[in-house]
Design a protein around this ligand. Structure first.
Ligand code: MSP
Length: 644
């Protein structure tokens, strides 16, 4: 153990919302840097979790007729499940309903009180429930609406405990000015500085209008303001106030990574709370930008929030991780579009990276029977690779440390391109024609293989599965050993003489037009509302009329090879026989369907599923998309009968 530690946190996510790509973004970014730091020998603590208290959650639970904790227990599974899907390597997961967390919140509240920074008074103001924030008159938009979410606020007057935040304005300003890394990026830092310069007011830190929260110590009428509760997660998860081992080891945090919308909470509320409680301040808070989707703000009412699990199913986890961190500079806003995603996959992943590996594997198989050749004869071209590798390792380190993930990936691709170029320049296929050049041919291919090995190391934090796949193909075993940055940078450490693994295409090319069409259909059929329930869109009768539904009799049925979902049915439609593929193999054995009279959507455009022609669609009932019950008609209905 080197003794170097690294502590990084995501915001904790509200459980009234289901996860979308905005949430995935922060977490994937923190994962990439955590993996990189581990690779460099740091003892890393990577924390994420869920924010489960507050009126918003209470109301969301009420709406569903369940207790807030039940809602939290359900939604937390979705977040935890998503982190698994996205290959997130968090070391800790905190829930604000955890006992250990509640204890820590009470402790910090008491500390602030002991220091004379908590007093009771009345609060009167405009309150925005969705944002859990009081607003001043001047902040409101027309119609008393919240400037952040644009929803109507309500006027509240209630007894409230206050935190003497005003007392810490000067100290905080000085801290920000003395520590240029405290708030990043720079533009955001300036924003916060001018906010503090306008003067900090005391902060209302308790509520009496609802119950779902942590009671104020010694005054159970009040629950602690949800932001005081939530921010404390960064130390409660380390055992603050309970078992200080991790707290001593990891605090202060190296990075709190947050979206730009919650920067003020993290760079004004949180540090002043810590100053009051006598706890060291985090080293750095980084605010990333916001994603829009196809040019529009992601919103529940538009139903355009993209479910990352769904995306991963369609495109694979590493393509999504790559896209999120490559497409937009961390810190700026960006737009998510399927077109851009497909371009990145086809261009960067399938073309540049995939081809590099494929062509190299192909040549080593062809010219050296799949055995890694030795590096025995240097050539003039090798110098460029050595220099590029050295520069890229240095740049990647710097960029990742500065959270410039897009630049780190661009640097890696510079290396990938230089390897592709090296192949073109050294032209192994020409060397192979001359037996006297065998040594040089081996050295060239060795250089490329070793370069690919380095690429796999660099890629690992961003695309862990791809990195492993590459290493398996290189025959080096998928594990990446913990190593120091120095070892990381060493070139020509690939051993010679061993057999390569099996060649496999990393990222198949996507047909843009087909994919966009397919996605559109899926999205239309899977639109979800606020609660994640499918949105039922109204259609005109004329739309309905366009559909031809027919009674059909199943003549034959069999499973489709290599698919556990699909069945192939031969059906009698009266005037003609047809073949239909149906995704019901998990619910029916083929023989169970033979002889049944079913309902067919008969005028769907024919399509190929797993290479098999399907001329229509069998209707079935399903609540989860997995278990199906086909719509059966009585035997007396003749095949070909119209269904209206
Ligand atoms: N619970 C608070 C955070 C408390 S931290 C002590 C919260 N939760 S949230 O679920 O609403 O948002 C969590 C994070 O997701 C925030 O950093 C927010 O910026 C981020 N995003 C939400 N929508 C986003 C986009 N459209 N794009 C990028 N990130 C976005 O706030």
């Amino acid at each position: 153990m080197t003794g170097k530690t690294f502590y990084i946190t995501t915001p904790i996510y509200y459980v009234n919302d289901v996860p979308h790509i905005g949430h995935a973004y922060t977490t994937v970014a923190c994962d990439a840097i955590s993996r990189y730091k581990r690779l460099c020998g740091f003892d890393v603590c990577f924390l994420t979790g869920t924010d489960e208290h507050g009126q918003k959650i209470e109301q969301a639970a009420d709406k569903r007729g369940i207790k807030p904790k039940e809602l939290a227990d359900q939604v937390v599974q979705r977040f935890a499940g998503l982190w698994e899907t996205l290959n997130i390597s968090n070391d800790k997961f905190i829930r604000t309903t955890d006992e250990l967390h509640k204890k820590a919140v009470r402790k910090i509240f008491n500390k602030m009180k002991e220091n004379g920074d908590i007093y009771i008074d009345h609060y009167e103001g405009w309150y925005c429930t969705p944002c859990e924030t009081y607003l001043t008159e001047t902040q409101l938009l027309d119609g008393n609406c919240c400037p952040s979410c644009r929803r109507e606020t309500s006027k509240l007057k209630e007894p409230s405990y206050f935190f003497r935040m005003s007392k810490y304005g000067d100290a905080l300003l000085k801290h920000i000015q003395d520590n240029k890394d405290f708030i990043k990026p720079e533009s955001r830092r300036n924003e916060i500085i001018s906010f503090i310069k306008d003067g900090l007011r005391d902060l209302s830190v308790s509520r009496v209008t609802f119950k779902w929260g942590i009671p104020v110590p010694d005054d159970e009428e009040h629950v602690i303001y949800v932001w005081i509760d939530a921010l404390t997660n960064y130390i409660s998860a380390l055992g603050y106030g309970e078992d200080d081992e991790d707290f001593t080891k990891f605090w202060p945090a190296d990075y709190h990574v947050v979206g730009k919308d919650i920067l003020r909470f993290h760079t004004v509320y949180w540090p002043t709370m810590l100053l009051s409680a006598g706890i060291e301040l985090p080293k750095s808070v980084f605010a990333h930008g916001w994603w829009t989707v196809e040019g529009q703000k992601m919103s529940k009412s538009l139903g355009n929030a993209i479910d990352p699990t769904w995306l991963v199913e369609k495109f694979g986890v590493d393509a999504i991780r790559y896209f999120l961190l490559r497409e937009v500079p961390f810190g700026l806003d960006g737009d998510f579009s399927f077109k851009a995603l497909i371009h990145r996959i086809n261009g960067d992943l399938a073309n540049d990276l995939g081809n590099l590996l494929n062509r190299t594997m192909g040549m080593v198989n062809r010219y050296f029977d799949g055995t890694v050749p030795a590096y025995s004869e240097a050539g003039a071209e090798d110098k460029t690779i050595e220099e590029t590798a050295e520069r890229v390792f240095k740049d990647v380190d710097e960029h990742i440390t500065n959270m410039a993930f897009n630049k780190a990936l661009a640097s890696m691709w510079e290396f990938v391109s230089s390897l592709n170029k090296y192949i073109d320049e050294t032209a192994p296929w020409a060397l192979a024609k001359d037996e006297a050049k065998k040594e040089r041919l081996g050295s060239v291919l060795y250089t490329v293989l070793d370069g690919i090995r380095m690429v796999s190391l660099l890629l690992y934090p961003f695309m862990p599965t791809t990195a492993e796949k590459i290493r398996e193909q290189l025959g080096t075993g998928k594990e990446l050993v913990k190593t120091s940055t120095q070892d990381l940078r060493k070139i020509r450490t690939l051993e010679s003489g061993h057999k390569l693994g099996e060649a496999e295409q990393l990222f198949p090319r996507i047909d843009e037009k087909d994919m966009l069409e397919f996605l559109k259909q899926e999205i239309d059929s899977e639109k979800k509302d606020d609660e994640g329930q499918p949105v039922v869109e109204e259609i005109d009768f004329s739309h309905f009329e366009k559909m031809t539904l027919k009674a059909v009799k199943v003549l034959e049925c069999e499973k489709i090879d290599k698919s556990d979902k699909l069945l192939k049915l031969q059906i009698d439609m009266g005037s003609e026989k047809r073949q239909v593929v149906s995704g019901i193999a998990k619910s029916y054995k083929p023989e169970e369907l033979v002889g049944k009279t079913l309902v067919l959507v008969a005028n769907l455009k024919p399509a190929k599923l797993m290479g098999t022609l399907s001329e229509g669609m069998i209707l079935s009932a399903t609540s989860d998309g997995k278990n199906h019950r086909v719509l059966e008609l009585p035997d007396s209905v003749e095949p070909g009968t119209d269904i209206k």
